[in-house]
Design a protein around this ligand. Structure first.
Ligand code: GLY
Ligand code: MN
Ligand code: MN
Length: 497
């Protein structure tokens, strides 16, 4: 890559994703030596006052101890990941790899690109080392010159000492990682989460099978949530419920706008930001027949009085835990008879799904229970050309014409959590206390579906709630948001006024 020399004699390299990047950009003027000298003096020390250990620390210690047990004598390297380019020298907002977040407890506020967690084997376990790009001192030009890392550009990062205190872990400067990993005297079997950090990938030998197994183990660890995770999930759900109320309040304004779906989308985002949160995934705001498009995130449609609107949205906490909730609501606050009929069928399917959310039942039973109800309902509506029993056979499945997605997935730091878990530990496994999952049946009748009578065409309904598996009855964490037709109409009326 071409470099230019500045008046200061410093080499200016155009921005790349490399951590070695100077972070200066082609459109920035070079620095004068006088300025450089001037910038290095006259700064008061500004340590963070009152840094305390984060409540997540003991939970992370337990999680790392579990991992350590499984990987005795093996060095594990789990990077946070780096910047992801959105366009040229502009990056997406940084979000660390979920395994890194899970094992360090790092918050969105403190997460720094290119950080790396190393579990280094020692007698009786592992020592956890967190390599970070810490706050740069005022003697280093980075603080005002580097658009990616500089304090004047992106804000203050934690110092090594502050990070150590807050996260209860030994912290080292990222610049020492290369030497640490290449030290021949300390050489030992090392397994990495590959593909997140180019430096780490370069330094550690490829072990395809072991790396895949590590990813699987890290995913399966997260199948059972600890009490910190359950509390954060409830916070995410509660924040999302407030966001749903805010969205309903703007339905009238949205009905008067060509791209009304975006007004509703922004209301949810506004609530999330207002409370200091983020989104776990792009909000789906699907009015009318857009509801039949499962991942409708364009959100550029009109919102019409008389239509249903399907909204799938989740607030993500600073801890990265996210809710995943869907409601399908009448834009004007009242369901039509055809809308009510399809809605009730989906609701019945969801309730059948809830009923099997108990330890001992299989994860796949949730799907089966909901689909049985949907298949029976579709048969009664006269559109299913085979009996529900026939349709439920895996080699038939005709009812799935109107419901092509699964009814459940694990939920946590990732919206589709534990995605690398083995089938026998997830899809074919029994449910266990402490799992958090969604129950989200849907029916989608596309506008051009000639098998359905005209009054149903273009109706898409999904109802999605977040459920904690307990020893007894499941806890529907999102039950604060109504689901029955009558409750929804009663809940919406004052919000639409
Ligand atoms: N929001 C994505 C999903 O429901 O799975
Ligand atoms: Mn979901
Ligand atoms: Mn969803």
């Amino acid at each position: 890559m071409a470099s230019t020399s500045s008046a200061t004699g410093l080499t200016l390299t155009p921005m790349t994703t490399s951590k070695k990047s100077s972070g200066t950009r082609s459109h920035d003027a070079p620095n004068a030596v006088a300025l450089s000298k001037f910038m290095s003096k006259g700064w008061a020390p500004t340590p963070l006052e009152g840094v305390q250990q984060a409540p997540v620390v003991p939970f992370c210690e337990n999680r790392r101890a579990t991992l350590s047990q499984q990987y005795q004598g093996v060095r594990l390297v789990i990077p946070a990941g780096s910047f992801k380019v959105r366009s040229n020298d502009t990056d997406y907002r940084f979000r660390p790899h979920s395994a890194f977040a899970y094992l360090t407890g790092i918050s969105a506020a403190d997460a720094v690109p290119d950080s790396v967690l190393v579990l280094d084997p020692k007698k009786g376990g592992h020592e956890a080392l967190l390599f970070i790009h810490p706050r740069s001192p005022r003697t280093n030009e980075e603080f005002y010159r580097n658009a990616r890392h500089g304090e004047f550009w992106i804000g203050r990062r934690l110092t090594v000492d502050e990070a150590e205190l807050r996260y209860g872990i030994k912290v080292k400067h990222i610049d020492t990682l290369e030497k640490f990993l290449s030290n021949k005297k300390r050489e030992r079997e090392t397994v990495v989460v590959r593909g997140e950090d180019s430096l780490v990938d370069k330094l550690v030998r490829l072990r395809k099978k072991k790396e895949a197994a590590l990813l699987t183990y890290l995913s399966e660890m997260r199948l059972i949530k600890d009490s910190y995770e359950i509390a954060e999930m409830q916070n995410a759900v509660d924040a999302s419920i407030r966001g749903f109320a805010d969205m309903v309040k703007v339905f009238p304004a949205a009905s008067n706008h060509q791209r009304g779906e975006r007004i509703i989308e922004s209301a949810f985002f506004g609530r999330a930001r207002l409370e200091g949160n983020d989104l776990g995934y792009d909000t789906i705001v699907a009015s009318g027949s857009h509801a039949c498009i499962l991942h409708w995130i364009k959100n550029d449609g009109a919102v019409k009085n008389g239509d249903l609107i399907l909204i799938d949205a989740g607030a993500e906490m600073d801890s990265f835990y996210t809710a995943d909730i869907t409601r399908t609501l009448p834009v004007n606050g009242k369901f039509s008879p055809a809308q009510r009929e399809i809605y009730q069928l989906v609701l019945d399917a969801q309730r059948a799904g809830f009923a099997v959310c108990k330890p001992g039942a299989k994860f796949a039973d949730i799907n089966r229970a909901s689909h049985e109800v949907l298949a029976r309902g579709l048969y009664k509506l006269g559109v299913l050309p085979v009996t529900p029993e026939e349709s439920m056979k895996p080699e038939v499945g005709l009812h799935r014409r109107w419901t092509v997605h699964g009814v459940s997935h694990m939920l946590g730091i990732d919206v589709h959590d534990c995605a690398h878990a083995r089938t026998e530990q997830y899809r074919e496994a029994v449910l266990r206390e402490g799992m958090i999952l969604t129950v989200e049946p849907g029916l989608y009748i596309h506008p051009d579906d000639e098998l359905f009578p005209a009054q149903y065409r273009g109706i898409g309904v999904r109802i999605e709630d977040d459920v904690l598996i307990t020893a007894g009855e499941p806890v529907v964490m999102s039950k604060g948001l109504p689901t029955s037709v009558d409750e929804i109409e009663a809940w919406m009326a004052p919000l639409l006024r």
